[in-house]
Write a protein that binds this ligand. Structure first.
Ligand code: NAD
Ligand code: MG
Length: 383
């Protein structure tokens, strides 16, 4: 029997690669729902090819065009943010591939968890903002959240068959991004086309900028904290420019385990989609003989202040990571629109953290409120 799945964010980098995994195993997966925000041409193409039961175009201005294009098909067409939530609850599927970027992906992911669906989680921002509440919901609804982020998939795979109380720490690897080894005087002048050139991965614009600023690794530390139930001092970052070792774990006896592979997101996506099985594929294989050398170094927290900011936000807890995340979404967009410089991103995130009221144990509503207030404040800091 094929597994019924939904892919939210199907037109993005993760979404399209999840569809590549479906193409590689057409008998194993059945698409019940697809969603996109605005990329209507690609979305129409996907709907005509995969014929999901439900197609959600979030941007209401694109609804008529989608409806018309799918008029001859047996596909229910939906629009608006609320339809993401309603269908996450009501549609009949087993796993949601949560591949929407940013805070915008949180409500639908939570709704799917609350109706007992499994999650293949690419959307790390959900755990950064409200990891404690999200993991509680996973437990309460007796369901599973399988990470898609390559580092977290690596750790998850290393922990299969192990006892969590025998884990001493995890080591998240980071490529270092396109500006590894650079100093602030260089970063002050970089433009978006520099920052969008990632050495190893082709990804959506937001995560590519996060990778260049090392905010991505900061988000991933917080993601790992909640996903694996870790103390802050159990999470380390190691720069490894080749992105071959996707992360490591260390046990109480000092033994370390790592997961390796080519930098290809189809691997962790397929692992999550097929979990708990492993399925055969003909994706390119890694040869260490050809790679020859792997390199390692520590992260430069002075130059890449975003990583230091994220570590502090993780240590402070409460709504602090939610403030940081919202401010980061605002500044990344502003940087991509050439409104602020690369180094200003950290300045504005810090100012937002100083300004927005700290809440130690936020409710879900308070997380939404925090997100909204932070966006308004941070946006007021530049033209
Ligand atoms: P992307 O920008 O390529 O795609 C984002 C998708 O989300 C698109 O389908 C878009 O239509 C949809 N979307 C955007 N804004 C939306 C909104 N407001 N409401 C509803 N839908 C919206 O992003 P991506 O690179 O695929 O990343 C998706 C998520 O996966 C991010 O959280 C990212 O951090 C995470 N992730 C990505 C990669 C990668 O290789 N791309 C790796 C690890 C984790
Ligand atoms: Mg990652």
């Amino acid at each position: 029997m094929p597994k019924n799945i939904a892919i939210y964010g199907s037109t993005g980098s993760i979404g399209t690669q999840a569809l590549d995994v479906v193409d590689a195993h057409p008998n194993l997966f059945n698409l019940v729902a697809l969603s996109a925000h605005s990329n209507i041409d690609l979305f129409i193409e996907q709907c005509l090819k995969y014929k999901p039961k439900h197609a959600i175009i979030v941007n209401e201005a694109k609804y008529d065009e989608l409806k018309e294009a799918l008029a001859a098909e047996d596909i229910e067409v939906h629009t608006g943010e609320q339809s993401l939530i309603d269908l996450a609850k009501d549609a009949d599927f087993e796993m949601l591939i949560a591949a929407i970027v940013g805070f915008a992906g949180m409500s639908s992911t939570l709704a799917a968890i609350q109706s007992g669906k499994k999650i293949g989680l690419a959307n790390k921002e959900t755990l950064v903002v409200a990891g404690e509440l999200v993991m509680e919901a996973v437990q309460a609804n007796n369901t599973e959240l399988i990470p898609i982020d390559s580092e977290h998939s690596a750790i998850f795979q290393c922990l299969v068959g192990e006892q969590m109380d025998e884990l001493s720490k995890i080591i998240l690897t980071a490529s270092g991004g396109p500006f590894r080894g650079k100093k602030p005087n260089f970063l002050a002048n970089v433009k978006k086309h520099h920052a969008l050139q990632h050495p190893n991965w082709t990804m959506g614009a937001k995560i590519t900028i996060d990778s260049a600023s090392l905010m991505n690794k900061g988000l991933e530390m917080i993601e790992a904290k909640w996903l694996f139930g870790l103390q802050n001092d159990q999470i380390e970052v190691l720069v490894h420019p080749e992105s071959i070792i996707h992360s490591l774990v260390e046990f109480i006896d000092g033994s370390q385990k790592a997961q390796l592979g080519l930098p290809d997101m189809k691997l962790p996506i397929q692992y999550a989609m097929a979990y708990p099985m492993r399925i055969k594929n003909d994706f390119p294989r890694m040869s260490l003989m050809k790679i020859e050398k792997l390199n390692f170094e520590g992260p430069d927290l002075k130059t890449f202040r975003n990583l230091a900011i994220a570590m502090e936000a993780m240590a402070k807890g409460g709504n602090c990571p939610a403030v940081m995340n919202a401010a980061n979404e605002v500044v990344v967009k502003a940087f991509l629109e050439n409104k602020i410089g690369f180094l200003e991103m950290s300045d504005l995130i810090e100012k937002s953290i100083e300004k927005i009221e700290f809440i130690q144990q936020p409710t879900l509503d308070e997380y939404f409120e925090t997100d909204k207030k932070t966006r308004a404040f941070c946006s007021s800091l530049f033209k």
